[in-house]
Design a protein around this ligand. Structure first.
Ligand SMILES: *Cc1c(COP(=O)(O)O)cnc(C)c1O
Length: 388
């Protein structure tokens, strides 16, 4: 190849870069993708990843051991593997016709937005501070985003409970949005929304919008007597999201469940990929749901003890001015100043302990979130921070 051919190739590849930007949907060019805990600290190097203590993505500590059979790996899997659906049906108490298995709860979020929101016409509603993927999926699809912030996240009014729904604010959006995302227990706040508030929101939107109750942390919630999944038998417009990523310690598997009326499941089934659950995923998930419920329950109990210990310890630290109550496997707390927030975060980071900085979220100035890892990991964290 001659030198001039070489340089013209380079020139055309530079132009190609512009070409891609020109061809792309303009709003995606400058879009920032979800800053997952893994993306923020990806090293690509497994040894380095293993030397870090990951307390930033609400994963469960400890490793799993599963064997998979590969006999039928030459065949496409069922669209919805029956063994998996019936295992989840047993677990959640709903018939299989009300369940859709997805590639994590995240795929459920995306499917709901794509199924109900017309691009560049319809909007979703979120109640920040909340889980980031609702807005990211909406942006990806070209759906609008309306925010009705949670009330009293900053605890300015000590007579009022924190992190509640703004029902008056929600009422003003009736007729203007197609999908409302509620997260309970909330991420990153950690609190359960009162059942009465969820019911009131459903009533407000029962003729005009889908209400999604994201229950990714359902298993960690202390009060489960009113299982939100039962709501879907009463209301056609309610969808509940669940996952195996948190309490079942299977974040790497990518398996979640959308619970909804038959009409909703039928609709989502038109939008989802033809083989969303790979055979090994279905096999491991079904085994876990059938055989590991007691293990999961023990994990939840252990996490709850460690969470209460950590929360109590945090309340006594001079750099911490508020600890949010949690019904999940993490604790959110507010530092006394931005400088203190940075000192806590950076001391841990320098020692390879990763926690999540939530201070960029609406109403969460100076807030950090710690996932409940193993007892040893949390002891190490506390020892380090004792030196501050
Ligand atoms: C972790 C999480 C999810 C996503 O779960 P996956 O099943 O891993 O996709 C959804 N919602 C909330 C609130 C979460 O914290």
């Amino acid at each position: 190849m001659t030198a001039s051919a070489d340089s013209s190739l380079i020139a055309s590849s530079l132009e190609n870069k512009n070409l891609i930007d020109k061809l792309a949907r303009a709003e995606l060019v400058d879009m920032v993708p979800y800053q997952s805990a893994r993306r923020l600290f990806a090293s690509g190097d497994n040894d380095q990843a293993n030397s870090k203590t990951w307390l930033n993505a609400n994963e469960a500590p400890g490793t799993g051991k599963y064997q998979v059979t590969s006999e039928n790996i030459n065949r496409y899997p069922d669209f919805q593997p029956q063994a998996l659906l019936s295992a989840y049906s047993n677990y959640c108490g709903l018939p299989v016709e009300n369940i859709l298995a997805t590639r994590g709860a995240d795929e459920g979020i995306e499917l709901i937005i794509r199924s109900f929101c017309r691009a560049y016409q319809d909007s979703i509603l979120i109640c920040p501070p909340t889980y980031g993927m609702y807005a990211i999926s909406a942006e990806n699809h070209g759906a609008g985003i309306v925010s009705v912030p949670l009330l009293n996240v900053t605890q300015r009014d000590s007579a009022q409970p924190d992190c509640q729904l703004d029902l008056d604010g929600l009422k003003q959006q009736v007729g203007k949005v197609k999908v409302v995302f509620l997260c309970s227990p909330g991420n990153p706040s950690g609190n359960l929304l009162p059942t009465a508030q969820i019911n009131a929101a459903i009533e407000l939107f029962k003729e005009s919008a889908i209400i999604v109750v994201d229950e990714a942390y359902y298993e960690y919630a202390a009060t489960k007597e009113v299982a939100n999944s039962q709501l879907i038998t009463q209301y056609e417009n309610v969808i509940v999201l669940r996952t195996l990523s948190k309490a079942f310690a299977l974040a790497g598997l990518r398996c979640g469940f959308t619970l909804a009326s038959k009409a909703v499941i039928t609709l989502l089934s038109k939008v989802i990929a033809p083989y969303p659950i790979s055979a090994p995923v279905a096999e491991i998930a079904s085994k876990s749901l059938r055989n590991d419920l007691a293990v999961m329950q023990t994990r939840v109990e252990q996490v709850t003890i460690l969470r209460e210990q950590l929360s109590h310890w945090l309340t006594k630290q001079h750099w911490c001015c508020y600890v949010f109550s949690s019904d999940a496997n993490f604790v959110l707390f507010r530092c006394t100043s931005e400088a203190d927030k940075n000192r806590v975060f950076n001391l841990l980071l320098a020692n390879n302990i990763l926690i999540r900085d939530q201070s960029k979220q609406l109403q969460l100035d100076n807030c950090l979130r710690i996932s409940i890892g193993s007892e040893a990991e949390l002891t190490q964290l506390q020892k380090l921070l004792d030196t501050l």
